[in-house]
Design a binder for this molecule. Structure first.
Ligand SMILES: Nc1ncnc2c1ncn2[C@@H]1O[C@H](COP(=O)(O)OP(=O)(O)O)[C@@H](O)[C@H]1O
Ligand SMILES: [Mg+2]
Length: 317
């Protein structure tokens, strides 16, 4: 590895498909043992970034080093050393869990005599016990997801790429999966994980926000909330009924000091400029707009608020 402790170093990485720029000059580093979340909606360039980092796609511009190797010229040295759970991971439906793990051990060149032990380790690590002899095709979504993670771990990589690993699984399986991600990180595995779930990104050490091929920001979740949202976040509950919710949103947009307002379930979420409002002053503006029962509560900003602030700004420029 080079002079730094970075496991991934990316400089101005760009991918064009014809005229279309799928990844536009992104730069970032990932340190050893970090869980880096790459958050962005569908089509924002997350998978394309991973495919370049694995050397599966040649960049159109820029450079990246993974484990010290250039993705442009040394890709064949990178792939055996990293684990990759792709968005469309492939399990052999007719094979059992154990047979799938053994098969991927072979793909990653784990010597035959070590394979049974490695498979046993992965089953223990990911708490897959009890289902070793079940056909992959008979497993539920959450178990399939964990088996796919296991398949990416049989060769004991120190760096793991997970591309939307929890998409389509139920919330309790998502939580269980994130517990596994932490376990791996505590064992020193560096993890690059993409998601379009804003709440999941809160679990990462640092989060990069991708939008239309650009990395708009990258920081800790709390750092993002202070740098992208200098003011305060509020829940505004006008009163009961969705018609009043939409009218209240229109009113809220026009309140001086409100920099961002939107629907958030059965309530409104507002972001205000620094020191622009207290709960009382914001409530008073709602009262003067005819929402006599309005309630206002200050809340912790979420990464969704951050995303809207950054992506909304990007749309205007
Ligand atoms: N091989 C390709 N040829 C043309 N366009 C592509 C190709 N791969 C991805 N794209 C486009 O690049 C953009 C980013 O895609 P992707 O990286 O898959 O986004 P994400 O993973 O964030 O959903 C999308 O608009 C997608 O349609
Ligand atoms: Mg993708």
């Amino acid at each position: 590895m080079s002079v730094s402790d970075n496991v991934i170093e990316v400089t101005n990485l760009t991918k064009k498909f014809g005229e279309f720029v799928a990844v536009n000059g992104v730069s970032f580093d990932v340190g050893a043992g970090e869980v880096l979340g790459y958050l962005g909606p569908n089509g924002s360039g997350k998978t394309t970034t991973i495919r370049m980092l694995l050397g599966l796609l040649q960049p159109s511009g820029g450079e990246a080093h993974v484990l010290g190797y250039s993705v442009r010229t040394q890709a064949e040295l990178i792939r055996p050393k990293v684990g990759y759970m792709s968005q469309k991971f492939a399990l052999y439906e007719e094979l059992t869990m154990r047979e799938n793990l053994d098969f991927y051990g072979g793909v990653y060149d784990v010597p035959r005599r070590e394979r049974a032990g490695r498979v046993r380790d992965v089953i223990g690590l990911l708490k897959l016990g009890g289902h070793e002899n079940d056909r992959a095709g008979a497993l539920s979504g959450g178990w399939r997801q964990r088996l796919a993670l296991g398949c990416a771990l049989v060769h004991q990589p120190k760096l793991l790429f997970l591309d939307e690993p929890t998409s389509g699984v139920d919330p309790s399986a998502r939580r269980a999966f994130w517990d596994l991600i932490y376990d791996l990180a505590e064992r020193g595995v560096t993890i690059f994980v993409t998601t379009h779930y804003m709440d999941e990104a809160e679990h990462c050490h640092r989060v990069g926000i991708m939008f239309r091929g650009q990395l708009l920001a990258l920081d800790t979740p709390s750092g993002l909330k202070t740098s992208a949202l200098p003011g305060a976040a509020w829940d505004v509950i006008p009163d009961h009924g969705s018609a009043s919710l939409v009218m209240a949103l229109t009113a809220l947009h026009d309140v001086p000091g409100v920099v961002q307002a939107g629907l958030a379930g059965d309530r409104l979420r507002a972001i205000t400029a620094p020191d622009a409002h207290t709960a009382d002053s914001l409530r008073a503006t709602m009262l003067s707009n005819g929402f006599a029962d309005a309630q206002v509560e200050q809340v912790e900003p979420t990464l969704e608020d951050v995303f809207i602030a950054l992506a909304g700004h990007d749309q205007r420029t």
